[in-house]
Design a protein around this ligand. Structure first.
Ligand code: SF4
Length: 80
């Protein structure tokens, strides 16, 4: 799943590259409100479609800590 963070009239898209994820669990441990393991594959995924804006900074931090750089945050698209 791709999660979005709304910033005014722009959106950030947060996602996990399933090919890159090595199931280390850093994101799941540090930000369980946003990331969880999928049943079966044990790859991480975003668990909510709309991520509260107050969690944006933590998303960036977890993306930076991901050992395989599997977490992408794409900035920005107009929400039109
Ligand atoms: S931190 Fe990165 S590699 Fe580890 S589970 Fe999360 S997305 Fe996968």
């Amino acid at each position: 799943m791709i999660g979005i963070i709304r910033k005014g009239n722009q959106i950030l898209r947060v996602g996990v590259d399933q090919q890159r994820c090595d199931s280390s669990g850093v994101c799941v441990v540090e930000l369980p409100q946003v990331f969880r393991f999928q049943e079966g594959s044990k790859k991480a995924t975003v668990s909510m479609a709309e991520i509260p804006a107050r969690l944006e900074q933590q998303c960036w931090e977890v993306a930076r800590k991901c050992p395989t750089r599997a977490i992408s945050i794409t900035c920005c698209e107009n929400d039109s």
